[in-house]
Ligand binder design. Structure first.
Ligand code: HGY
Ligand code: MN
Ligand code: MN
Length: 413
């Protein structure tokens, strides 16, 4: 019989895993750069594969670069999958994605070594790409598993050096034309542990979050075209300054979001100003607009209103404006049975928990389209994330991994 203590993971073990993996891709000034199909990404996967192998799991990678460690069950055919993404944002932290992969590894390793073979197979996954930080791919690994990658993306998605995602795959040993082989139809459940990336659990002193709904995200690339002119000789009233127009649009969108109120958020974190000379009136400005809301209709309505404001400002300033939708994922509810399994697991250890909405996007919101899915949050100190300041204490990480191990045990044995 399984003792509850068999399912307990210790803080020291989690800290060791996080620091070892977190060193791969870490920059001298702090922060991680570990985009998909990069050398740091390949090294991180090698480290994970070696841990998985040492734990006695069957190690496999698929056509897009997702890495799996399988604990084979007596009834082997179907799979309970658990994990998260291994890629990071530019100068990200050591926990976003990684802690979900490492908690899955630690949990399944504990089950393998302390409990023995499960009835139903359990698999750890390091999803190859979630962040869209190198290519505007977003959820590339998950979309590969669900057959949601359009082959046209292989030649269309380019990184800042102009390399296509297909070329980057080939350069890392993956064959783009074997994409379809990544599709899986054997998944019965997906559990993703993730840092909260907000500060609700931290502020309220609650130990775990059980996600009800993951917010919807629409990302658009807004292009404003005006006219380059001499900065010194062109009077303000005759300019067609793309930057002034784009700046007015950014302010208008911000005011719209403030008027809409929580939980809507709008962010314009990435800008490109051309030709980018201090003494030339900018002719073309592009900004990436990220809009999120847990209600689909509200999300779409806000995006449309924002587009209308941009058109109005462009007209008034004699500019042209266009927007291209880069990703548009709907909000997604998590699976009731799996949420109950997570809550019951937390209760068995006396860990406090609360239901939450995720303001961050996650692979789970895509996998949930085809597979019953649930997410477990652990606290982020001061809610910091997408930053080198991202931190989760070893004690909180251990509670998360222990809860995951306990929930997996209730599902697979
Ligand atoms: O942007 C997000 O919410 C996620 O970290 N990709
Ligand atoms: Mn992230
Ligand atoms: Mn993440």
């Amino acid at each position: 019989v399984t003792e509850l203590s068999d399912l307990v993971l210790e803080p020291a073990e989690m800290a060791e895993l996080v620091e070892t993996l977190g060193a791969i891709g870490e920059q001298l000034g702090g922060g991680l750069v570990r985009p998909v199909y990069s050398s740091a990404w390949a090294l991180a996967r090698e480290q994970l594969a070696s841990w998985m192998g040492a734990a006695g799991l069957d190690v496999r990678e698929d056509a897009v670069g997702n890495l799996f460690g399988r604990l084979r069950g007596a009834a082997d055919a179907r799979t309970i999958l658990t994990g998260s993404h291994i890629d990071t944002v530019k100068l990200g932290g050591k926990f976003d994605g990684a802690l979900g992969v490492l908690s899955a590894l630690a949990a399944v390793r504990a089950l393998a070594q302390r409990v023995g073979p499960p009835r139903r197979s359990v698999e750890v996954v390091a999803l190859c790409e979630e962040e869209g930080s190198r290519f505007a791919a977003s959820f590339w690994g998950t979309r590969g598993m669900l057959g949601l990658i359009d082959p046209a993306e292989l030649d269309a998605l380019r990184d800042e050096d102009g390399l296509t995602i297909g070329e980057a795959m080939a350069a890392t040993g993956f064959e783009p034309d074997r994409l379809a082989e990544a599709v899986r139809t054997d998944l019965d459940a997906f559990l993703e542990l993730h840092i909260e990336q907000g500060r609700i659990l931290f502020d309220e002193g609650v130990q775990l979050g059980i996600v009800e709904t993951i917010t919807g995200i629409i990302s658009q690339l807004v292009t404003v075209d005006g006219q380059t002119d001499h900065a010194g000789t062109t009077p303000m009233d005759v300019r067609h300054d793309a930057l002034q127009g784009a700046a007015e649009m950014a302010l208008a969108i911000t005011r719209l979001a403030e008027a809409e109120g929580r939980p809507l958020v709008a962010t314009m974190g990435k800008w490109d100003v051309q030709p980018g000379a201090w003494n030339i009136v900018p002719g073309r400005v592009r900004f990436w607009l990220d809009i999120r809301h847990p209600d689909e209709a509200t999300k779409q309505r806000f995006a449309e209103t924002a587009r209308g404001q941009c058109r109005e400002i462009a007209r008034r300033r004699g500019l042209r404006v266009g927007s291209e939708v880069l990703q548009d994922v709907p909000p997604m509810d998590m699976d009731a049975r799996l949420k109950r399994a997570l809550a019951a697991a937390a209760d068995r250890h006396g860990f406090s928990h609360k239901p939450m909405v995720s303001g961050a996007g996650h692979d789970s919101q895509v996998l949930a389209r085809r597979v019953p899915t649930a997410m477990l949050f652990v606290p982020s100190v001061e809610g910091r994330s997408h930053s080198a300041a991202e931190y989760t204490t070893p004690e909180d990480a251990a509670r998360g991994a222990t809860t995951l191990a306990t929930a997996l045990h209730s599902l697979a044995y």
